[in-house]
Ligand binder design. Sequence first.
Ligand code: ADP
Length: 365
Amino acid sequence: MKKERMLGDVFRAISRFFVFFLLVAFVITCCLMLFVSTLEITMDISFTREDITAAAKITMVNVIVISIFFFTVDSVRRRYTVKRPIKKIVDATEKMISGNFDVRIPVGSKFASDDTFTEIIDCINKMAHELSGVETLRTDFIANVSHEMKTPLSVIQNYGQLLQSPSLSEEKRIEYAKEITDASRKLADMMTNVLKLNRLENQQIYPSAVRYDLGEQLCECLLRYESVWESKNIAIETNIADGIFILADRELLSLVWNNLLSNAFKFTESGGTVGVSLASDGEYAVVKVKDTGCGISPEVGAHIFEKFYQGDTSHSSEGNGLGLALVKRVADIMQGEISVDSEVGAGTTFTLRIRRDKNDTDKAA
Ligand code: ADP
């Protein structure tokens, strides 16, 4: 293989030299013929056959020397401005093919390489940077999912073992079976969220937009938590404007309201208040989900929309840190804006701004 490549290189060098030789020979012959005929005409000189043969031999040697000179200069130029950057690019892409996205190609000095190569190297470096980001996200995601799966799985394993004991009382049997059911529900919820997020991120869910009353949907979602607010003695405040219609995917948005409301009820202690409001602001519908719960510190607030991030570990068994990542993704898909305003110990307000149905805003205008 190496021998074949060397032979190929030699053959290419010979053919390149031959091209130089022909080019130089053609140029010098043309110049000489012009020069000789001009001399003959202007100075009235005539050259003998011997003169011309002697001159042709000297010229031939000249042609060979000049060809070798230009061939050498061109080879050195090619080596530094073409072969070197190509070798760097090939080496780097081979490393990327084998999964190493940390490689970066150093950009050579401006004089040593062609501008086109600098551009290509720049693009490859950017591509490697993006790919390494995606790779980190992927490995982090797998690590997080595996970590989150471990706890419920070990709960199931431990209680499953305890259930095998023959001397178990009826009360204990029910308690252990409940633990297993809860842990498997947590696992199932997490996998459902992972799948939803994955489909949303890959845009496999194409929002099927329909026109509907946003206030009605908010009331429906809120009513699903009736048993929670009754058992925790939480007061409800609503301020939902009538007749605000949006053109959106119902299911996607109900995912948002359910996550915001379940967090509000989860993080609000007994005797607290949860409020939902809907108002229109020009072209936008503005939904606020407010609670008087524990609040979010600025350090925690900076990460709440990240996957698997859980700021409040005291409630970690009731969630998996994917809820707000889903909310953010849906808001992005709908070209909406989600923001959070919170004070530790006082409460939290999540605000989502989404575009109202264009027909309504056009009519109002
Ligand atoms: P989780 O499953 O933990 O609720 P989320 O993605 O829904 O995951 O929320 C991420 C984190 O944001 C929570 O762990 C909590 O620290 C914080 N958080 C979200 N909503 C609230 C809220 N209403 N009040 C206080 N903290 C909240």
